[in-house]
Design a binder for this molecule. Structure first.
Ligand SMILES: *Cc1c(COP(=O)(O)O)cnc(C)c1O
Length: 219
């Protein structure tokens, strides 16, 4: 696979779903990939990337930002409150807002810094104990709480359980978003992004299908 193959498959999935061409944003997930692979994708003209750890991103992206303009960086992994300020300064979008304490910290820092990245609320659609995300039953109240805090919530994000049919989880996420009037849907990875697009994904997060298998395991 390559960037070109993936963009072609996204375009086809959009057409099949009767959606506008270009209505899905491709986040190239570059976590733990060697810099040469990331640089190759940047050189092909792609500018939208995802990382799951603040520390790792802070090590690699300031350098790329000096070399390439227009980089659009997305945090897709869990965020600790003590890294929130650094994340807000580094990322254009944060996909992992998942608890009241983090929402309050982001709101306070947004006042302080004078700006806030676009935000997605992560929903634990599979209700998995080890996974981040607000439980589906608590999602409506949490979305309301974030709005009261004036946070720029663009949509919802989910990572389905590995051993379940992802479409059920994509459909659930889309339903929660719709009843809360949210447009953004961050869902779909290398193995299931076409299904996610069929169910309305606005952001797909694709790593290994673009860059190849990750050499080191990601957290
Ligand atoms: C690693 C990761 C991805 C990309 O996974 P692939 O299977 O390599 O496409 C997507 N979303 C999140 C949250 C991730 O951590």
């Amino acid at each position: 696979m390559s960037l070109h193959d993936i963009t072609a498959r996204i375009a086809k999935a959009e057409t099949n779903a009767g959606r506008l061409a270009g209505s899905t944003k491709l986040i190239a997930v570059s976590k733990v990939q060697p810099n040469e692979r990331v640089e190759a994708v940047l050189s092909e003209g792609h500018r939208c990337f995802g990382e799951n750890r603040v520390q790792e991103a802070a090590g690699k992206w300031p350098g790329f930002k000096e070399q390439f303009s227009g980089i659009d960086l997305h945090l897709i992994g869990p965020l600790q409150t003590n890294k929130a300020r650094q994340a807000m300064e580094l990322f254009n979008t944060i996909h992992s807002v998942d608890r009241p304490k983090l929402a309050k910290t982001l709101a306070r820092l947004a006042q302080d810094i004078g700006q806030c990245p676009d935000l997605f609320i992560q929903v634990n659609t599979g209700e998995e104990k080890q996974k981040a995300g607000i439980m589906p039953a608590d999602a409506d109240a949490f979305i309301a709480e974030c709005r009261e805090l004036d946070l720029p919530i663009q949509g919802l994000m989910a990572i389905p359980p590995v051993d379940e049919e992802p479409s059920l989880h994509f459909a659930l996420l889309a339903k929660i978003a719709e009843r809360n009037g949210l447009q953004g849907l961050s869902m779909g990875m290398s193995s299931d992004f076409e299904q996610a697009i069929a169910l309305g994904a606005t952001h797909v997060r694709v790593g290994s299908a673009i860059f190849g298998e990750r050499i080191k395991p990601a957290e």
